[in-house]
Write a protein that binds this ligand. Structure first.
Ligand code: KG4
Ligand code: ZN
Length: 344
């Protein structure tokens, strides 16, 4: 079965081809236009998706060596995400499916991240624990079986990636901030500044990252470093690297501690680390080290499958289509969609 997967929920326009659940192409066009604004501008994202979608789909087809008439089904992200952005990929997917006379299926973006580990050769065994960390989401999910998943905990305020992006903005490091903090933090001392770890109340598997972010802001003010791009010119590189490393350590500590307690509490041996923030080198290393001590296994897809991408949407599309699950053409784009499934 040949499935075309389309993703346009935020600022990546992406399309991929899957043959029997294996990705044979995955084209991702990241919209660089937003960096000038320090964050994603929804209207600009929608327009860029419109401009890029045909070219991206064409490249995905060419990359997979497939003609559009050979496609057996089409999957596109329904939500969560920016409605205007989602509408571009969703409408395009429906129209192409209608034109080709093939089934269409709408996909929950979070399920895309959750099952993205299966795009690799080495896969976890069910049931497994997934830590989904991205710009919009931070959640721990118990994946019992295909399409049977329970959210164990999630962020009560900022997502981990959002905290990275906001702190990077305070430091004048640009958008997206995660990769910049990761790079600069590698030169710094993670013990230089002790930012607070927020573990909330006893027993919860929820997260909170806004306190860590605010304490970086107060630290910068206390040190007389301002709270915007101005900091860049005032801070020496070493000091900046120390702040990045210390902030990153606080986020990673909380993510890893929560993941370990969830895995131990539920007796899960396999952990999937997915979403854009899973590219973070300190998070990958620390989670692997801590899991290794307890004989648990960590699975992380390559970075093109961690960031927002069409392959993970096509994969869930394939999972649905082989089970005969399709979506009506009336299926709407939905900004706030939880992990319960597909809204119609
Ligand atoms: O999954 P993703 O591409 O999009 C969403 O669904 O949000 O994740 C993007 C997020 C951004 O917040 C970005 O700063 C963060 O992932 N990110 C990182 C790293 N690479 C990307 N955060 C920390 N360290 C990184 N190396
Ligand atoms: Zn995402």
């Amino acid at each position: 079965m040949i499935v075309l997967g389309i993703e346009t929920s935020c600022d990546e326009t992406s399309a991929a081809l899957l043959v029997d659940g294996r990705a044979v192409s995955n084209v991702i066009s990241s919209q660089l236009i937003h960096s000038a604004y320090g964050g994603v501008v929804p209207e600009l994202a929608s327009r860029a998706h419109q401009r890029l979608i045909i070219q991206v789909v064409r490249e995905a087809l060419a990359g997979g060596g497939v003609k559009k008439e050979e496609i057996n089904g089409i999957a596109a992200t329904q939500g969560p995400g920016l409605v205007g952005a989602l509408l571009v990929g969703l409408s395009f997917g429906k129209a192409l499916a209608y034109g080709l006379g093939v089934p269409f299926t709408a996909i929950n973006h979070l399920e895309g991240h959750l099952y993205s580990v299966f795009l690799e050769e080495d896969v976890p065994a069910y049931p497994y624990l997934a830590l989904v960390v991205s710009g919009g989401h931070t959640m721990l999910v118990h994946v019992e079986a295909p399409f049977r998943h329970i959210v164990l905990g999630e962020t009560r305020d900022d997502a981990a990636g959002e905290a990275f992006d906001k702190v990077a903005k305070m430091l004048g490091l640009g958008y997206p901030g995660g990769p910049a903090i990761d790079r600069l933090g590698a030169e710094g001392d993670p013990g230089a500044v002790r930012f607070p770890r927020s573990f909330l109340e006893e027993g919860t598997l929820d997260f909170s990252f806004s306190g860590i972010k605010t304490s970086v802001l107060y630290y910068l003010r206390r040190e007389g470093l301002g709270e915007s791009g101005a900091a860049r010119t005032l801070l020496e590189r070493k000091k900046m690297a120390d702040i990045c490393a210390s902030f990153q350590a606080a986020i990673v500590d909380v993510l890893v501690a929560r993941t370990m307690s969830a895995a131990l509490r539920l007796g899960l041996a396999d952990i999937a680390l997915v979403g854009g923030v899973s590219a973070n080198s300190s998070l990958r290393r620390t989670l692997r080290d801590e899991a290794g001590k307890r004989a648990l296994r960590v699975f992380t897809p390559r970075s093109e499958y961690c960031m927002d991408n069409g392959a993970m949407i096509g994969y869930v599309g394939w999972m649905r289509l082989v089970r005969g699950l399709t979506s009506a053409y009336e299926t709407p784009a939905v900004a706030y969609l939880d992990l319960a499934g597909i809204a119609s």
